[in-house]
Design a protein around this ligand. Structure first.
Ligand SMILES: NC(=O)c1ccc[n+]([C@@H]2O[C@H](COP(=O)([O-])OP(=O)(O)OC[C@H]3O[C@@H](n4cnc5c(N)ncnc54)[C@H](OP(=O)(O)O)[C@@H]3O)[C@@H](O)[C@H]2O)c1
Length: 286
């Protein structure tokens, strides 16, 4: 059985180790910056040996995940003497497999295995990891091995070619990070009419969930609702005037997102080209 090792016992390392262990994988070796983190992870997966160096993990495992912060992955890859044929994988969404070049020079099979998911805490990561999509970069035989791991985690995978990682990660920022930003902007507006952030969050969550449900069940473009989908120029005019009076810095965001929404409304078919032009003019002049 493939012996899996982890260098970095943080959020992602722990979640992967725990979930793969639960699926019958052998988690053989772990090291981290601090022994206490490594020990905490080892306590969750029996049979796992804690080491004080990355080199010892490389010596004691066949497939090693470097699950440290992005900025130290290349350094670790270059400090370890890897074995030929060994698998060395990182989980960064922003970096391609190229940052493992030093390991490749030793004859290791290098890859990246990025869970397209947001993990704020270890427990929540363990909970949310199964069913995620994994972005894979690797060549055979490592690629097949990583696909098997994604399947074990009930996930799907997308294979990325060299150079595609940055676009892929930018898309993830739109869907996850900027969604948080949009919620923050909405909360700020709610505070202007006196509802504190905590209550406003509770009030907005059903809308957020409903939107996600519609994306899942109806899909784009038909899941789009709201004034742009209906071509409601008067409503949009009122939004623009209110924002100008309330917080003109939000006008740009509202305008730019609105302009990106018009083609979706057109594709849905509830507005025609003439209405789309009117909407564009109104937003561009804002
Ligand atoms: N969090 C997410 O939402 C998410 C999602 C997808 C992918 N990722 C990727 O997953 C990777 C890990 O992220 P994370 O969120 O799990 O980070 P994290 O929770 O901060 O964990 C990183 C771990 O690396 C350890 N570490 C730091 N420097 C080290 C070094 N020089 N040598 C050995 N261990 C070191 C830390 O050690 P100590 O605890 O021992 O101090 C910590 O346990 C990153 O590549 C990240 O881009 C993260």
């Amino acid at each position: 059985m493939t012996r899996i090792g982890f260098i970095g016992a943080g959020t992602v390392g722990t979640a992967l180790a725990v979930r793969l262990f639960q699926k019958g994988c052998s988690i053989a070796a772990i090291s981290s910056r601090s022994l206490s983190s490594a020990q905490r992870l080892a306590n969750l997966v029996s049979g796992c040996q804690v080491y004080s160096t990355a080199q010892e993990v490389a010596n004691g495992a066949d497939l090693i995940f470097i699950t440290t912060p992005d900025d130290v992955i290349a350094k670790i890859a270059s400090e370890v003497r890897w074995r030929s044929g060994q698998g060395v994988v990182h989980c960064s969404g922003a970096h391609s497999v190229d940052i493992l070049e030093a390991a490749r020079q030793f004859g290791a099979n290098v890859g990246s295995f990025h869970p397209l998911q947001t993990f704020a805490t270890v427990n929540q990561a363990i909970e949310n990891l199964p069913g995620s999509t994994f972005a894979l970069e690797a060549e055979e035989p490592l690629l097949s091995q990583l696909k098997e791991l994604a399947s074990l985690l009930n996930g799907r995978w997308v294979e990325l070619k060299p150079g595609e990682k940055v676009l892929y990660h930018t898309a993830a920022v739109f869907v996850s990070n900027y969604l948080v930003t949009l919620v923050k902007l909405a909360l700020d507006l709610w505070q202007a009419f006196g509802v504190p952030a905590k209550e406003a969050t509770q009030a907005l969550l059903p809308l957020l969930r409903g939107t996600v449900n519609n994306i899942e069940n109806i899909g784009l473009p038909n899941c789009l609702t709201g004034p742009i989908s209906r071509g409601d120029l008067g409503t949009i005019r009122r939004h623009l005037a209110t924002l100008e009076a309330q917080d003109s810095s939000l006008l740009t965001v509202y305008r730019d997102l609105g302009l990106e929404t018009i083609p979706i409304a057109l594709a849905k078919g509830k507005i025609d080209e003439n209405k789309a032009k009117e909407l564009k003019t109104l937003l561009k002049e804002a």
